[in-house]
Design a protein around this ligand. Structure first.
Ligand code: PLP
Length: 447
């Protein structure tokens, strides 16, 4: 792009911002907010569901055949067709539709034969479902620190390592890929498998390969907040046929139903009677809905990417604000915009944005119990004080305390993105004059 093009776009953006921000006084201080309508999020219905998706779900409802293992040949069922479609889309050997992302994660661990009671490493920044799934599989979460970009820190994992750790669970949190090359090298050195919690990154890629296909198995959710939405649901991907067979039995394939998952030969396990049945299956109605949504997934992914890149580019020049960096160019989904501001300013910053009509949370806020911050996983730390829990992972604590998190629905319009950009700039501009001295001096000290 020529220099004067850059000038033009910057000038245009400033003009648009001036039009959007009618009142430079913060809404927090009684000024007019940038935006009046609620910020679009999935729980307010801001999801992509096309009439064709609804028709597909209705087709399944009207069939009255809701159980995946009925009299029909497997290839006629919605679940088996969804799984076949997933294998093509992700270029992997096996897919198993499940009742949720949490159950897909637990199935991966159990089916890999990780001994109950083993430690499984996972980052201190993830949804509480990750350590919960490890517990569901009979193991214990072993927490690892994160770096400034909120990725699992492989150097920290190495420094904490103990031989009781029998697997690593990487999480592509908020859609950003973990450093898979470094993690897989390290896991190989230690002789343990890597599982991927790819729940927040459905469809995102790292170096041209889909997340969730790097490790021994990858788990995904299709809960409403995700790139595929069936309200609840999930799936597991793997190239390991034995793991897949065991996961399928555990999920509830009894009395020979496992054979339906191996149409070209016998399943690679001798019997399905050695494993308990946990009823983690998906039903036909969800699978029908998801099949239709998967056809349109590329459109949804392009919308995530377009919105994220628009916002991140427009805010890249703000001193004092660190926008989360991907491990490789383009290695993110774009479902959330996360940036770090100086300690002491983040809580105020998120509150000011909310008053401007943009939904924002300080991930490590004291005023909140954000379930993505490890110190709120009290089920892991009975009887411990919060301050002592935070000391276990000092970097995750510090970075989450500085992090502001804004959900970016794929339904956002350019006008929504412009309002977000204008609101962030308005809040930054007001830092110099805000009466919150803590926030303004924290910002001034780190510029
Ligand atoms: C990182 C992560 N892992 C696992 C899950 C669990 O998925 P589900 O709600 O489908 O069980 C979630 C849910 O949002 C998540 O964000």
């Amino acid at each position: 792009m020529a220099d004067n093009d850059v000038d033009h776009s910057a000038a245009n953006r400033q003009l648009r911002e001036a039009q959007i921000v009618a009142d430079s006084r913060l809404a927090l201080d009684g000024g007019n907010p940038v935006r009046q309508e609620p910020w679009p999020t999935y729980d307010r219905g801001a999801v992509c569901v096309h009439p064709d998706d609804e028709a597909a779900a209705l087709r399944a409802i009207r069939s009255h055949l809701y159980f995946r293992y009925d009299y029909r040949p497997a290839h006629e069922t919605e679940c088996a067709q969804f799984e076949a479609q997933l294998c093509r889309y992700f270029e992997c050997k096996h897919a198993l539709a499940t009742s949720s992302g949490t159950t897909a994660l637990a199935l991966a661990i159990m089916a890999a034969g990780i001994e109950p009671g083993s430690l499984i490493a996972c980052p201190g920044f993830t949804f509480a479902a990750t350590p919960s799934a490890i517990i569901l599989a009979g193991c214990q979460p072993f927490l690892v620190d994160v770096d400034e970009n909120l990725h699992l820190d492989v150097a920290d994992l190495r420094s904490r390592w103990t031989p009781e750790v029998k697997a690593i669970m990487v999480v592509h949190m908020r859609g950003f890929a973990g450093d898979m090359a470094a993690l897989i090298n390290f896991a190989d050195e230690m002789g343990v498998p890597v599982f991927e919690d790819a729940v927040p990154a459905l469809g995102a890629e790292l170096d041209g390969r889909k997340l969730g296909t790097f490790g021994l198995a990858g788990a995904f959710s299709t809960q409403s907040d995700k790139a595929l939405n069936s309200g609840e649901g999930g799936f597991l991907l793997t190239d390991d046929s034995s793991l897949f067979a065991r996961a399928t039995v555990l999920s509830g394939a009894y009395e020979g139903r496992l054979r339906r998952h191996f149409p070209d030969g016998e399943p690679p396990i001798a019997t399905d009677l050695d494993l308990p049945l946990l009823s983690f299956r998906m039903d036909e109605i969800r699978a029908a809905l998801l099949r239709a949504e998967l056809d349109r997934l590329p459109i949804r992914l392009a919308a995530f990417r377009r919105n994220y890149d628009y916002v991140a580019t427009a805010l890249a020049d703000i001193a004092g604000m660190h926008i989360r960096r991907p491990v490789a160019p383009g290695a993110y989904l774009g479902e959330a915009f996360i940036f770090l501001v100086p300690v002491g300013a983040a809580q105020w910053f998120a509150r000011a944005l909310c008053h401007e009509g943009i939904e924002a949370r300080n991930l490590g806020s004291d005023a909140d119990t954000n379930i993505r911050a490890f110190w709120n996983w009290r089920f892991m730390f009975p009887g411990m004080e919060t301050a002592a829990i935070k000391e276990l992972l000092p970097n995750a604590t510090r970075y989450l305390q500085r992090a502001v998190d804004i959900p970016l629905s794929s339904t956002l319009s350019e006008a929504d993105c412009d309002q977000l950009v204008a609101a962030v700039r308005k809040v930054v501009g007001a830092l110099a004059t805000t009466t919150d001295e803590g926030a303004s001096s924290a910002w001034a000290g780190h510029r």
